[in-house]
Ligand binder design. Structure first.
Ligand code: SF4
Length: 88
């Protein structure tokens, strides 16, 4: 079960900028250093990240920048959480 969609209101930076910056192709340099930093200070950053960590598109995790993270970064967070759960 995924976390709820973040309570966006249209004031978020991602709602006002080029969508391509948020769904870049893998390997794009700006993918790592551009859009994620634009999320800093977003009023729904925590909720946005939790949604992206749990939501799927079809049978795969959602892609693109969510909550200041890229897909590879979220994969690492999921793996760390899984290790923490096994250790608990
Ligand atoms: S955290 Fe980033 S991707 Fe999520 S709503 Fe805010 S600006 Fe958009």
């Amino acid at each position: 079960m995924s976390a709820p969609y973040p309570p966006v209101d249209g004031t978020e930076v991602c709602a006002q900028t080029d969508p391509d910056a948020w769904f870049p192709e893998a390997g794009n340099f700006s993918h790592r250093y551009g859009a994620p930093s634009l999320c800093d200070g977003c009023h729904v950053q925590v909720e946005c990240l939790e949604f992206a960590l749990t939501a799927t598109a079809g049978d795969r995790p959602v892609v693109g920048v969510w909550g200041g993270t890229t897909n590879p970064q979220r994969q690492r967070i999921r793996a760390q959480r899984a290790r923490n759960e096994r250790a608990a």
